[in-house]
Design a protein around this ligand. Structure first.
Ligand code: NCD
Ligand code: ZN
Ligand code: ZN
Length: 430
């Protein structure tokens, strides 16, 4: 076991700098002027120490599309982005709708060793929306699945969604919904609004998301089940969530970095790198996402990291696949949209990128307080440094970042998983 001394850090960006000694996978000592002994020293004067980030929504493309991302390359991107745990969505090929596939993903994550890779199990067989998958078998497997989602598809049949929610209560798991009424988004290419109309794209109306979220909040409330809403993108969804939470529904929600920063004005570029599901919305929606994240109606940030091959992105808009990279840029987008304008302090960043996602997924060892005896799943951030995003330099095999060439604040300088350094100064460490 490595001993690591983090020198001169500010936990949550608060108070005077301290030294933090990590030993045997845990935080062993916090204080001024700790003797390094034989420990590896990371000189981190003025840097912010946070609990390691947890991403509830990542697409690794293994099995099936290893030409765009593997569990190993996605794990590297995650570690470099400050993550210590990620949830890998089930829309792989084959689909993660059974114990064999989820155990395979879990083991490949272990083998890569850079981040805890938790497979998300599919809600329905083959993501086909016809028949419930064997949630119990996946929950009891070695992968101990705790989050189920058909993400990429909506569980649109209300009876099936009701059954999934009812069943989930007995297993104490959460159902994460990709809220998109398929009848309202047939052929949709972009947010239904002024920009899509000008370019002649079929629109994806806000109501296609909001109506499913409202329905599911009611279904979850009646079942006493836990619902998690993926990638919230509209102001109306925030209204529904606030109403449901106020009446005691067990609902949580995530927003992606791109829905915090980007808007449908990007459609004018004609560049499919900006095509994503749900689509980039209006400036008013993006501003509401930031407010809702600050005040807790939206619980957390999740990347929806979605690698795609060049041939699936560098083509005409209608033929391009939706989705964009997110793991290595998430912290910087949160710094830009939330910390810089004063909507969140670093303690707030710890809440939305680590503590809340760990709670929602029921991870006991992540998102823990920065105190002696706690597991050393940690992220160091240089709050004053900036960097320029280059898709080709990211650890993912795919390069479809919408932030190409942008200069962003906040650099992840080190990540520790159970006390072992997984990333340091932009390089993976194992
Ligand atoms: N977000 C996306 O646009 N794409 C995701 C699927 C999804 O999250 O719905 C993907 O798997 O590529
Ligand atoms: Zn989705
Ligand atoms: Zn997704």
């Amino acid at each position: 076991m490595t001993r690591v001394l983090l020198k001169g850090v500010r936990p949550y960006g608060e108070g005077d700098p301290v030294d933090v000694l990590v030993d045997d996978g845990a935080i062993a000592q916090i204080g001024a002027g700790i003797d390094p002994g034989g420990a590896e020293v990371i000189d981190a004067a003025g840097q912010v120490l946070l609990p390691g980030f947890v991403d509830l929504h990542t697409h690794l493309r293994e099995p099936g599309r290893e030409d765009t991302e593997t569990i190993a390359t996605g794990s590297a991107a995650a570690a470099l982005g400050g993550y210590t745990a990620v949830f890998a969505m089930a829309n792989t090929d084959p689909v993660a709708d059974n114990a064999v596939v989820v155990e395979h993903v879990w083991r490949q994550g272990r083998a890569a060793g850079l981040v805890d890779v938790h497979p998300v199990g599919a809600v329905t067989v083959g993501l086909a929306g016809q028949k419930l998958a064997e949630l119990g078998t996946m929950a009891r497997s070695a992968a101990a699945v705790r989050v189920f989602s058909d993400d990429g598809h909506c569980v649109s049949d209300p009876l099936l969604m009701r059954r999934a929610l009812e069943y989930s209560t007995a297993l104490d798991v959460v159902i994460a919904q990709h809220a998109e009424d398929p009848r309202l988004t047939a052929g949709a290419q972009a947010h239904e609004g002024e920009h899509a109309a000008r370019l002649g794209y079929a629109g994806w109306p806000a109501s296609a998301e909001e109506s499913i979220v409202a329905r599911d909040c009611l279904l979850a409330g009646h079942a006493g089940a836990r619902l998690h809403v993926c990638h919230v993108s509209t102001s109306g969804t925030v209204d529904v969530l606030a109403w449901a939470k106020q009446r005691g529904t067990r609902v949580s929600a995530e927003v992606t970095p791109h829905h915090l920063l980007l808007t449908d004005e990007r459609l004018a570029t004609y560049d499919p790198v900006n095509k994503v599901n749900p689509p980039l919305r209006t400036g008013t929606d993006a501003e509401r996402m930031r407010q809702a994240l600050a005040d807790g109606v939206i619980d957390c940030v999740a990347t929806d990291h979605a690698p795609h091959a060049p041939q699936d992105k560098d083509c005409e808009w209608a033929a391009a696949r939706p989705g964009m990279l997110g793991l290595q840029t998430a912290l910087s987008i949160v710094a830009e949209t939330m910390v810089r304008p004063g909507l969140l302090d670093w303690r707030g960043v710890a809440r939305v990128m680590s503590e809340r996602p760990a709670e929602i997924a029921g991870l006991p060892d992540h998102g823990r307080p920065l105190t002696v005896g706690e597991p050393a799943n940690l992220t160091l951030v240089d709050p004053d440094a900036e960097w320029t995003v280059r898709g080709e330099e990211l650890a993912s095999i795919a390069a479809n970042t919408p932030y190409e060439g942008m200069r962003l604040p906040g650099v992840v300088t080190a990540t520790l998983l159970r006390g072992e350094i997984t990333a340091r100064d932009g390089k993976v460490a194992l």
